[in-house]
Design a protein around this ligand. Structure first.
Ligand SMILES: Cc1cc2nc3c(=O)[nH]c(=O)nc-3n(C[C@H](O)[C@H](O)[C@H](O)COP(=O)(O)O)c2cc1C
Length: 211
């Protein structure tokens, strides 16, 4: 009787493992939903006036750090800023170094901040000289996860040039608290979209099968 019980427990355990592995297998994923998310994503530059809810941002970040990375080194450091005053202060610091012409160019229609008006901004840094590819994949995971939840985003390289090179910008990067030797590589603005941009053209000729 005892032997039968042990056998039953063993079989149940194997069964459970099998079910949980199946649950995680790629074949059970809704491919149409994933493809739709990828193909319908657009960079968004106009947002509703509310930061991304923290529970949603937590899921976006979780998807980010589940990106692949070389030897699973996870070389990134990620900081989230949804403090509107801080985003405003960075914007004012950048604008204080601009002439009238540059200001006008930057502050067009509905301008709110230098992060393409996003109310939540994620900053990503990697160790100097490595990890940029991994960081890029982390970013795309976050952007796609956000889009699947109805949250818009825009990768931002422009503001990073100011933040890394200008003394006023560097003071803000310090506040982000990256470890020594890390360099800010990009930011991503996130928020609830207040526009529906058209798709930008893509050049299919760049892709070729080699026979
Ligand atoms: C590395 C990187 C940096 C970018 N920097 C900026 C930026 O500084 N400002 C901006 O408005 N868009 C920026 N973008 C967004 C691109 O302009 C956008 O992805 C491209 O035009 C294609 O449009 P789509 O994202 O809507 O498909 C950046 C995108 C990437 C990947």
């Amino acid at each position: 009787m005892k032997k039968i019980a042990i056998l039953f427990t063993l079989l149940s355990a194997i069964g459970t493992q099998h079910v949980s592995a199946q649950k995680l297998s790629a074949h059970s994923i809704d491919s149409a939903a994933v493809v739709h998310t990828i193909l319908s994503r657009r960079s968004v530059r106009k947002y509703k006036d509310a930061p991304v809810r923290r529970d949603q941002m937590d899921m976006i970040l979780k998807c980010g750090i589940n990106a692949p990375s070389g030897m699973n080194a996870q070389p990134w450091e990620v900081r989230v800023v949804d403090n509107q005053q801080m985003l405003k202060d960075i914007t004012e610091a950048q604008m204080s170094g601009m002439n009238e012409e540059q200001r006008k160019r930057m502050t067009g229609n509905g301008f709110r901040n230098m992060f393409r008006n996003a109310p939540s901004v994620v900053f990503v840094a990697v160790p100097e000289g490595r990890g940029e590819l991994d960081a890029g994949i982390l970013g795309e995971n976050m952007v796609l996860a956000a889009w699947s939840m109805g949250i818009g985003s825009c990768f931002l390289g422009g503001p990073v040039r100011f933040l890394n090179s200008d003394e006023r910008g560097k003071a803000f990067v310090k506040k982000l608290g990256f470890p020594d030797g890390y360099r800010l590589v990009y930011a991503i603005g996130f928020g609830y979209p207040d526009e529906s941009p058209e798709a930008k053209p893509r050049d299919g000729e760049k892709v070729k099968y080699v026979e």
